[in-house]
Design a binder for this molecule. Sequence first.
Ligand code: PEP
Ligand code: MG
Length: 301
Amino acid sequence: LMETMKGQEDVTLDGRHMMVYCNIGSPEDVAAVKSNDGQGIGLFRSEFLYLATSDYPTEEEQFKAYKDVAAAMDGKRVVIRTLDIGADKQVDYFEMQKEENPALGVRAIRICLNRPEVFRTQLRALYRASAYGKVAIMFPMITSVWEVRECKRACQKVMAELDAEGIPYRKDTEIGIMIETPASVFVAEELAREVDFFSVGTNDLTQYTLACDRQANDLGKFFDPHHPAVLRALKMATDAAHKAGIWIGICGELGADLSLLETFLAIGIDELSVSPSSVLPLRAEIRKSIAKTCTLEKLEC
Ligand code: PEP
Ligand code: MG
């Protein structure tokens, strides 16, 4: 039945387009993106490179992985997220200090900003891969404008290096950030002026907004991604993005929740990045929807 959705546009009955992209965790997942007709990759988690080895992955190893995915996607956008370890994903050779609350500790972009050499190696690999497809770079766990500026400075430095070495890359490679902390929502207007796109990580955004550990199994109804606070955060981030003229997507699990599609359309979300198997069911639902009649009722308490 879903076969009939292949090759169809992701557009509502009244002509609103949605970008339906995929989340992947390794280059092998590209096959599923293609067979399910994903229009791009909205989240390529780069952790697999660091988790699979007993030492830091080299620039060459990373370059090959990013390049293979970028090339296989044939000019379609591939959003690659920089390292997001710490918290639930521990890597021994990083020799991180033991933390009482890893989810609130030195994770993701905090590690990269603390360890410029680790960050530089990944950014070099990413920029080099940008010559082979439409790569976009995304930074996780952002809370502040200064962090984004430091990330951009690190990108500028790497581009200058590549220029000096005569290595090709795309200067207009898009830079985006994940919106997955309450702080990033509150300063979203300023953040939006710094970057090309936002992507909301609803798994972490739910965790930090509701003060509910995403890995705890006993929170039951208290861990509620449909909570109006989470949905209002989505709307605030979307309004800020659009005010600055940039696009915003969702790459957390909530993006595939068909019961919220009308809410996402009402909020004005531009992109949903979901697991490859969710692409065609989502497309079918989008094509049955009428954006202009969608309401924000789920944002009410
Ligand atoms: C999220 O937090 O929603 C997200 C997409 O990132 P991860 O699940 O990898 O933390
Ligand atoms: Mg996250």
